[in-house]
Design a protein around this ligand. Sequence first.
Ligand SMILES: NC(=O)c1ccc[n+]([C@@H]2O[C@H](COP(=O)([O-])OP(=O)(O)OC[C@H]3O[C@@H](n4cnc5c(N)ncnc54)[C@H](O)[C@@H]3O)[C@@H](O)[C@H]2O)c1
Length: 352
Amino acid sequence: MQDHPQNILVTGGAGFIGSSLIRYLLEKTTALVINLDALTYAGNLASLADIETHPSYRFVHGDINDASLLADILAKHRPSLIMHLAAESHVDRSISGAAEFIRTNVCGTYVLLDECLRFYRALTVSEKEQFRFVHISTDEVHGSLEREDAPFSESTRYAPRSPYSATKAASDHLVRAWYYTYGLPIIVSNCSNNYGPRHYPEKLIPLALMKMLHGENIPLYGNGTQIRDWLHVDDHCAALWEIACRGRIGESYIIGSGREICNRDLLQLLCSIMDELAPRADAACHQESIVSVTDRPGHDARYAIDATKLRSDLAWQPNIPLEEGLRTTVRWYLDHRAWWQPLWENQVARAL
Ligand SMILES: NC(=O)c1ccc[n+]([C@@H]2O[C@H](COP(=O)([O-])OP(=O)(O)OC[C@H]3O[C@@H](n4cnc5c(N)ncnc54)[C@H](O)[C@@H]3O)[C@@H](O)[C@H]2O)c1
């Protein structure tokens, strides 16, 4: 893309990554950013409170399955860039009920693609040259690696193993089909696990922080040997912007830090940061509270990322080392109790 987009439609912008991405776009560009979000349990307008009156920001409350709403938004704002993040994203929830995952991740992506294609076909030639549909997906579509396996790259086969990753894989295939069959200019990104501020407290890192802050045991699935590649959400947003502006149409880009760490070591690192920034009243180490719980069924053993293509083609590199990023994340949660308290109370109430 030669020109920076004038208007950008972000779906799922009230979620963890979407809210950081909108903040990033408003800082880096002069584009009008339209956020379409259904505000499910994971969508939180408090994550956007600091930019809600920004002159270049618009919020639309709605569902990506609503074709007529999508048509209205596209006709009114005429975006040249779509960044599609709206999804059901929590693996455990997909195991206890996959229907919403299929409805949003698969059917919703289909409805969005179809409306975007209708809109794209009516553009002028020069408008078509500028138009991009960036589909934000996950490395989990590639399934699970053994310790000796090479990391995931763009050529790794798809082998999803959870209902969540299966629906994301299905959406990736739909997006590519709309490129090969209808010529919609798409790019797919597949990122590793993100962490950072405004992460819903059901996910590993914020859940562990909440447990520590409430003096409760910190659950660790199985023996904690599952290996992940953690990337700070701001590094992910920077990668997405490079991909949107300079990525090649029809291609995919895998995104990750290249830093592998198992869940047990990650929690221990988090505990040591908490020992320093929020010591326990009894002066004991937080890691004494880590307890092994029954493992998630089909839990993927290892994800690892080879982001050579993104690094060499688009000169992207992660800027936030894990230790530093975890420390600023912990600091953020300590300083933003008002953000997480209602979510935590809701989650605790749900578990009763
Ligand atoms: N979190 C990660 O580590 C990670 C890593 C790689 C890729 N991804 C992908 O990035 C995207 C965003 O992830 P996240 O962690 O921010 O998710 P999230 O669960 O925090 O946010 C999802 C957002 O989508 C909205 N949404 C859900 N269904 C919708 C619908 N039908 N219509 C409109 N909006 C709807 C929710 O209200 C919420 O604001 C997802 O597509 C996810 O698969 C996430």
